[in-house]
Design a protein around this ligand. Structure first.
Ligand code: NAP
Length: 480
């Protein structure tokens, strides 16, 4: 297999560099090596942070029109090379070529919104004369960059979730060091290439490839890093939060999203939307549908329609336009999902469809009667498995939806505006979709979770807010 190794370099403060120690990047479909990237050392990361200090000064001094131009040019470059970007996502990750292409489209959007938002980083005037004795002052606050951002990203959207950190960081005048997921580093390196082609000054952006267990700590704990922007699982998120010290923290974590289907809903629409919400990206999606609460009168017809639709899902070669679902990110993950389903079946769950594994592939799986003490009834599956539950009414559906430690997004299907509104008010989530599944997002909306699903919000404008801080200016005028 050696002949297939391209030996890609990492992007260190404006330079493409190699290291003797490498990480093999494999296609999960057949496990063959598609490329290698350097395995950065602790020293590499510390040196990179040193360079980023200079990068932060350069970034902050870039006028807004230059930031806008660079980000727009990077978006143009990705648009011109869309196919290469899509193929890279779909080879190193588990997305099908159709899913990968739509991720590239979203990445371009994310960057274009970032370029636009750069001109809208506003402050406000301050009424200093509200306090007796300080009438002779005028002033304002404005938002300034915080310095160096440490960005840590997951495997499941290896391009767009990196763009969600890099675009806003550059728009707001910060330097940024990205540590992409070890299994999917190539898309992040391609994003860096777009910024090089766009003329971004060196040292503003670095993409350092390496193991989180090795180079995570120096990035997370370094006092020069002013913010850690993390997207990934709860366990890593909590560990990073404990270690980070005095810096801003943004946590985009996991969930086990609920969808409620009431008896007045359009059943056809609800089935189509929840099936695709459950199985897109092979269920490895932070806002994927995991738990569906169906009003009991329509449970049988929903179940029948859901299973029928699931059976039509085409699982197979990621590179084929006909394929609906590819493999999980690796065989270990597929075995983890298989074991969770097995545990539920042993405890009494009924398997309606799926439940078969072949290497990293796991068929779209539908379960009912899942007992409350099963791991998958409470924790994030992060695989193509959905649980269907009958409920008496909306009240029970809301109570059960909320009865987990996560709260990222939810969906409800109903044509009754009062019921929809009750769900909006009562569900503990960062976003609720009416007549859509939890799996809906645009890149400009505030995105993030309540409870253990995270802290802070992404969505370009909101990320920029997190990546800047107010500076107050007050002019004391003459006493007269
Ligand atoms: P993960 O295992 O938590 O890894 C995410 C990133 O963190 C990787 O780059 C990983 O590096 C790094 N990392 C792990 N432990 C670390 C540590 N102690 N210190 C510093 N860095 C560390 O998550 P994943 O399996 O890639 O992604 C799946 C998870 O992400 C799911 O829970 C999903 O719900 C969540 N997610 C959330 C959102 C959202 O916006 N809310 C979006 C997408 C995904 P290595 O790869 O080297 O281990």
């Amino acid at each position: 297999m050696k002949t297939q190794l391209a030996g890609r370099k990492m992007f260190f403060a404006g330079q493409w560099i190699n290291r003797d120690r490498v990480i093999e990047v494999r296609d999960p479909q057949d496990n063959h090596i598609i490329d290698t990237v350097p395995a950065a050392s602790v020293e590499d990361m510390l040196n990179c942070i040193g360079e980023a200090k200079e990068g932060a000064k350069i970034a902050a001094s870039m006028p807004v029109h230059e930031r806008m131009a660079v980000i727009s040019k990077a978006a143009d470059y990705i648009e011109a090379n869309k196919e290469i970007y899509a193929r890279t996502i779909s080879r190193e990750g588990s997305k099908t070529i159709r899913e990968a292409t739509s991720e590239v489209t979203r990445c371009i959007q994310t960057l274009r919104i970032s370029a636009e938002e750069a001109r809208r980083i506003h402050g406000e005037t301050i009424a200093f004369d509200q306090v007796p004795g300080t009438e002779n002052r005028v002033g304002y606050y404005y938002q300034v960059p915080i310095g160096i951002i440490g960005a840590i990203t997951p495997f499941n959207d290896p391009l767009n979730l990196v763009a969600h950190k890099v675009g806003p960081a550059i728009a707001s005048g910060n330097a940024i060091i990205v540590k992409p997921a070890t299994v999917t580093p190539l898309s992040a390196l391609l994003l860096a290439e777009a910024f090089v082609e766009a003329g971004l000054p060196s040292k503003v952006l670095s993409v350092i490839t390496g193991y989180g267990s090795e180079i995570g700590d120096p990035l997370v704990t370094h006092p020069a890093i002013r913010m850690i922007s993390f997207t990934g699982g709860l366990e890593a998120g909590e560990e990073i939060t404990r270690k980070a010290g005095l810096k801003k923290i943004s946590m985009e974590l996991g969930s086990n999203s609920p969808v409620i289907v009431l008896e007045d809903a359009d059943l056809h629409e609800a089935i189509g939307s929840t099936v695709s919400g459950a199985f897109s990206a092979a269920g490895q999606n932070c806002l994927g549908v995991q738990r569906v609460y169906i009003q009991e009168h329509i449970m049988d017809s929903f179940k029948e329609g859901f299973v029928e639709r699931t059976k039509q899902y085409c699982v197979g070669d990621k590179q084929s336009e006909q394929t609906d679902m590819g493999p999980l990110i690796n065989e270990k993950e597929a075995i983890r999902v298989e074991n969770l389903v097995q545990e539920a079946i042993e405890k009494g769950a009924v398997l309606l469809e799926g439940g078969k594994r072949d290497g990293a592939f796991y068929t779209p799986t539908v379960l009912t009667n899942v007992p409350e003490d099963c791991t998958i009834a409470n924790e994030e599956i992060f695989g193509p498995v959905v649980l269907l539950y009958p409920v008496v009414d909306l009240e029970e559906a809301i109570q059960k939806s909320n009865d987990v430690r996560y709260g990222l997004q939810a969906g409800i299907f109903t044509n009754d505006v009062r019921k929809a509104h009750k769900a909006i008010e009562r569900m503990d989530v960062g976003g609720i979709m009416i007549n859509d599944s939890s799996d809906y997002r645009i890149d400009a909306m505030p995105f993030g979770g309540m409870k253990k699903s995270g802290l802070g919000r992404e969505g370009v404008k909101f990320t920029i807010q997190e990546m800047t801080e107010p500076k107050v200016v007050c002019y004391k005028l003459s006493d007269g």
